[in-house]
Write a protein that binds this ligand. Structure first.
Ligand SMILES: NC(=O)c1ccc[n+]([C@@H]2O[C@H](COP(=O)([O-])OP(=O)(O)OC[C@H]3O[C@@H](n4cnc5c(N)ncnc54)[C@H](OP(=O)(O)O)[C@@H]3O)[C@@H](O)[C@H]2O)c1
Length: 333
């Protein structure tokens, strides 16, 4: 039997995504074969295709970093995963596919009551926001925060989780997308029309407790002075290259040496591939919040699983609010 998956055949635009077929094989020892029900279309998928990440794989490779699926077959020695169980995973690559093979250790249980489309953004975008808020920053109710890149996949997850944590939120977004910020109780700043530094100095003269930056570049230097003494800027944007990653590390070391100064902290979901426990704990919390309807991912588009190219083109266009999700045909009908 054969199955289809998407392959990035060369660096560059979404046209370089191709559908290919390969043989369905039996899973190896301690591995499960997962039938993919939904896969998030994430900004790292785009950046990797252009080679804009220190971790971009060599072409050809299979994109797709955040899946929800059902265990279809298990290999020898698999102990916990059972056929038919609903699972999620952050494989980093390979999710734009009808099937994906993953080690059992990488599978996260997902309540079967959940809509796989709503669960898909939890795997990376909500995890990122949750861990930045609660592990890197340790926010508490009433904290004043600024979210840079607030209308996107991660940004809307920050807004949703920030509302739940009762934060006072400001967010940078294009004016046309401001309604999603107000919907979550945040105060929008149209960074295209106003200088956000001037606005923040005026409205929060005592400074911000936390800044969450998904844009990087110049934003770090511009936003950092807006922190109060002891405030923290959490940088989760992809730095773009190994050199930029090392520069960011060096900068945060220097900043963090200043007593009582603002702190700069980085965040990378990629650590889940080597350091499992806090990630498994936080996915469990997030899937419970979703099951209890305490969080509600913004889904602005669903595409058939093998139409990753079309979904990538839309995400790249910069028009998307929230998340795009690739969906198995059985869930679209
Ligand atoms: N560290 C991690 O583990 C991790 C995990 C996931 C994602 N990321 C990174 O986080 C970043 C954001 O990802 P995402 O999934 O949220 O992307 P996304 O869904 O594509 O959203 C990005 C948002 O940025 C806004 N934007 C674009 N240019 C801007 C600018 N100059 N100033 C302010 N906002 C701007 C866009 O909306 P407007 O029209 O409103 O400007 C867009 O909504 C990416 O660099 C991604 O690689 C990191």
């Amino acid at each position: 039997m054969k199955y289809k998956h998407i392959v990035v055949v060369k660096r560059g635009p979404p046209e370089n995504l191709r559908i290919e077929e390969c043989d369905l094989r039996e899973p190896a020892a301690r591995e499960a074969r997962i039938k993919v029900l939904a896969c998030g279309v994430c900004q790292p998928d785009i950046q990797n295709r252009y080679g804009l990440s220190p971790f971009s794989p060599k072409v050809p490779y299979e994109p797709g970093c955040a899946i929800v699926g059902v265990v279809d077959e298990i290999g020898a020695g698999v102990r916990r995963a059972v056929r038919g169980a609903r699972v999620a995973a952050y494989p980093a690559f390979g999710g734009y596919a009808e099937y994906i093979y993953l080690p059992e250790s990488r599978l996260v249980p997902v309540p079967s009551s959940l809509d796989p489309v709503e669960a898909a953004p939890v795997v990376l975008n909500y995890l990122t926001a949750y861990q930045c808020l609660h592990r890197r920053a340790r926010v508490k109710a009433g904290d004043k925060v600024l979210i840079i890149g607030a209308s996107g996949g991660c940004g809307t997850a920050f807004l949703d989780l920030g509302r739940l944590a009762e934060l006072k939120m400001y967010g940078l977004a294009s004016g046309s997308k401001s309604s999603v910020l107000t919907q979550f109780g945040a105060i929008p700043i149209d960074y295209r029309k106003e200088d956000f530094v001037d606005v923040m100095r005026r409205v929060e003269p005592d400074g911000l407790d936390f800044i969450f930056d998904g844009m990087g570049g110049d934003y770090i230097n511009r936003a950092f002075p807006l922190l109060r003494r002891g405030g923290v800027l959490v940088e989760y944007a992809n730095p773009g290259s190994l050199r930029a990653t090392l520069r960011l590390l060096a900068r945060s070391l220097v900043r963090n040496l200043v007593p009582d100064g603002g702190k700069l902290k980085g965040y990378g979901a990629g650590f889940s591939l080597i350091y499992r426990k806090p990630f498994l704990d936080d996915w469990a919390i997030l899937f419970r919040l979703l099951a209890e309807a305490k969080i509600r991912p913004v889904i602005s588009g669903r595409f058939p699983l093998l139409e990753g190219g079309r979904a990538n083109a839309l995400l790249e266009s910069g028009q998307v609010v929230g998340n795009l999700v690739l969906v198995a045909p059985s869930l679209l009908s």
